[in-house]
Structure formats: structure tokens, C-alpha cells
Ligand binder design. Sequence first.
Ligand code: PXL
Length: 278
Amino acid sequence: MQKRVLLINDISGVGKCSLTVSVPIISHFGVTTDVLPTAVLSTHTGGFVDYTFRDLTDDMLKMAEHWKKLGIQFDMIYCGYLGSAEQIGIVMKIVEMFKTEKTTLLIDPVMADFGQLYSHFSSDFPNKLKPLCEMADILTPNITEACLLTNTEYREQHDSEYIKTILDKLNTQLNVPLLFLTGVTNGKQLGTVTYENGKTDYVFSDYIEGRYHGSGDVFSSVLCGALLKDFSPKEAVQLAVDFTVNSIKRTRDAKTDTRFGLIFEPELANLATEADKK
Ligand code: PXL
């Protein structure tokens, strides 16, 4: 039977990220993508001003209750950008409503990058997000988010000792079985560290200068699709790193305004080919 994922994330009308990235990417794995929008914005909040923001907190539980009545079941729940701190408790309720032993919960604790919280969030948001992160089977923080979740000093360069400290803290404080720490860099290379059963595994690629908005969402979406297609964590992370880096290279070469997101669409056919091999 076709797998089904519930995507809890925002719709940013312009500036590819969140649902406008996750739906096409995960669909290319042959997975049904159902969406629970947390907010509708004219653009994402990274580098744009005067954006509109429609908070959908009041609709979320009602939508989920309708699906429950319809008997909908999900193989995965993937939660990204939340529109308000109140939504954390609502998502926890929705997870309790739908999570069975065959449902994987992927939490991408989207709230910060490059050492700073995104503009919409207050400084107590990271602490409030912890109980939801504790429920996760898979957590995909970037370095900044991992530091905020573990009260660790943020650094721009990361040696293996620093990474181990963060991973150990995440492991003991949140107790998530599978962690993917993104945006790990030694200045020359950029990559992801996987942490499972106390073991770390690095996947690196060339470091590309610049801030590419939406790349975390692109990465987590590929990971989500690949894990649903029964790729191993190691295979899934390699696919996600390759897809994200290829999309970043296309965006760099096209010299577009990086706020508008990654040029990932030309890579989708290759992704579908890889997914079909499983
Ligand atoms: O890509 C992360 C993200 C998602 N959604 C919204 C954002 C951001 C990052 O800035 O503003 C609305």
C-alpha cells in the first residue's frame, strides 16, 4: 500500500521552504503527502520584511479530528515550522491521536539558524519545544537549534569534540533514537552527523559559501521520503546531502536571490529514479 505522511508545517507563498518544498520532494518517493498548515505567510520570515502571517492555531485540532473520524492513518508525521508556541501542545495532542507502533515521528525543530532565532520566535520557544522533541523517533536540528535545545554555546566552526558534546547532550536530555545534526562544518566541508545507538557517522560535501534559505527543509524532506521508502539512515542521509548540495550548486550558478529558495526542481527526476530502485 502507498505510504502516507502527515506534514505539519507552514505555507510560505513565496520563498521556497516548508510545505512548498516538502510536498513535491516527498511525492517523488511515491508517498501520499497530507498537509496540516500551521500558518500561511506571503513569504518566509528570513530576510523579507512586511510579510503577512495568518496563524492557523485554531484550525489545527479541528482538521485532525475530522481525519480521525475518516479513519486516516499515517506512516510518518513530520513536523516543521510552528506558527505559535501554543501549537506545540496541539501537535503533541495530534501525535497522541495518530501515533501507532507503525508511525514514525520526525521532528525538525525549525526555529533558528546561523546562531539566531528566526524573527517570529521568542527566547523561551526552544525550552517550550523540548517536550515535543522528546516524543520524536527522528530529530533533525541544525547546529544552532541543537545548541538552543541543549543550552550549548553556539560556534561557527565545529571540531569532533564540540559535535560529540552536543550529540551526547541531545541524547541524554531528549532521548531520541535517531539524530541527524545538520550544518556541521570545519570551514572547508559541510555536512551532517548521524547519531544512532551511541554511534556517529559523518557525511560531508564541499562547503559552499552563502546562506541558502529553505535548504534545511529540502534536506529533511529528502530524508523523510527516503526513510519511508526503507532506505537505511546511512543511505537516506547520503541521498539528502547529495540532493541538497546539487540544488545549492544550481542556485549558486543561477545567481538568484537566495531568499527565494533552492532550485531543486531539476533534481526531482533523479530523486524519483533513486527512489524507484527500492
Ligand atoms: O525554512 C525554515 C522556515 C520555514 N518557515 C518559515 C520560515 C523559515 C525560516 O526562516 O520563516 C515561515
